[in-house]
Design a binder for this molecule. Sequence first.
Ligand code: ZN
Ligand code: ZN
Length: 165
Amino acid sequence: MTAVVASFFSSGTWLAIRNLLFFFAAVFWLSFAYWVYKDARRRIDDPWLVGLATLLGLVAPFVGPFIYMLFRPPEYLEDVRERELEIRAMEDRLSKRDLHCPVCRSEVDPTYLVCPICTTKLKQACTNCKAPLEALWQVCPFCETLIEQPSVAMPTLEIRRRKRE
Ligand SMILES: [Zn+2]
Ligand SMILES: [Zn+2]
């Protein structure tokens, strides 16, 4: 029996099988290292860290890629960028939402003097050039006319509600 085993291991068949196994191991090793490189490039912005991850995948066969999988960033860079863009778009939409009628909450343009939906007075118009004025302005920035503060304060949501109660 041992003679059969020994002769098998010294035979050309065993050598061929062993070389084939080595070959596949090497192919898998390089494939895993390449996969680490590809994956790291999609997840890591810093080229040095991508290089380090690839090196880890190359230097420690099979263990390196596994270690990389444990510590890699959870998200793809394109997903992170997409989310940042979405957040920015959402912030834009939110900042535009400031321009709402205080009474009926319908969208209004910054140039509107009254709300077109509920006719609430939104802004005072310049007595000279009719430009819409902000509540805090003391002088019209378009024609330098001094602004007379209105005797009646601008209606706000709170005042309106109290009046109705
Ligand atoms: Zn309104
Ligand atoms: Zn003016």
